[in-house]
Ligand binder design. Structure first.
Ligand code: GLN
Length: 267
């Protein structure tokens, strides 16, 4: 018989052997997921049944191979919501919650009652769906071109009982912007890593889709194209809110500043 604590220690040891950071945190997340308990170690001596042992070791093995924890679990929390994730879709990052805060701030300060919001490069839909849930009267569209990501987007809309309108389209094709008009806010967390940064990715990040990460040689391709192509989809005085990488603030401000009616509020 194997107790929870013995199994836990063995899993942590295996992850450490494979030089996985946060071995204890990852093991705890996997235990919570498989055993369906918030604090599995509150019962350290409880026997673990063989089907659970098998599933836990299976997850630990994938984690040892460098598969991101979020893909192993198949889900991840962002803001107050849970999103399905897996190969082919970017994992929602806590940093992106800053973008949500900024958009909510704009909506509040401008007293927007039913803002029309457009999320470009939507991926899992974490931005679009969170905004839709947090601003009940909003009308939110999410644009994503990747087949795999789009499936997650649709599933996440469903499981979060959101009514975001998902549109499968490439944001870099100018004609695709034509039918989108009169938006109060465009929001986007586009790919923004540089060519150099792509050479130096952590193993787990390498498992995420390169097309969701790579923003061209200087990382700024999407800001240039999106700003140019989608500016006419905004109302006069509308806002465009981007997430961008460290050191990209001035460049992104310059790109947006070329269009005087756009405001760049993110940090
Ligand atoms: N909008 C999604 C996110 O923030 C996906 C972004 C992307 O694919 N670059 O997680």
């Amino acid at each position: 018989m194997v107790s929870r604590l013995e199994l836990y220690k063995d899993c942590v040891r295996k992850l450490n052997e494979h030089e996985i950071d946060d071995a204890e945190f990852d093991t705890m997340c996997i235990f919570q997921d498989i055993l369906k308990e918030r604090n599995p170690l509150f019962k350290p001596n409880e026997e673990v049944d063989s089907s659970h042992i098998y599933k836990i070791y299976n997850d630990i093995e994938h984690r040892c191979e460098g598969k991101p924890l979020q893909y192993v679990l198949g889900k991840w929390d962002f803001w107050k919501y849970t999103f399905r994730v897996g190969e082919g879709v970017l994992i929602p990052r806590p940093d992106t919650e800053t973008l949500i805060e900024n958009v909510l701030d704009i909506v509040r300060k401008n007293n927007m009652k039913s803002p029309k919001i457009l999320d470009l490069c939507s991926g899992s839909g974490c931005i679009a769906i969170t905004l839709d849930k947090e601003i009940p009267q909003s009308v939110v569209y999410a644009v994503e071109k990747s087949d795999e990501a789009f499936e997650y987007l649709e599933e996440n809309i469903k499981i979060n009982k959101s009514d975001v309108k998902a549109v499968k389209a490439d944001v870099l094709i100018p004609e695709n912007a034509d039918k989108f008009r009169d938006f109060d806010i465009i929001v986007s967390n586009p790919p923004y890593l540089t060519a150099d940064e792509m050479q130096d990715l952590q193993k787990e990040v390498q498992a995420e889709p390169a097309e969701a990460l790579y923003g061209g040689t200087d990382g700024l391709d999407f800001y240039r194209s999106i700003t140019k192509i989608w500016k006419n989809s905004l109302k006069t005085g509308g806002y465009i809110c981007y997430e961008f990488g460290m050191n990209q603030h001035d460049a992104v401000a310059d790109i947006s500043g070329a269009y005087t009616h756009l405001t760049l509020p993110t940090t």
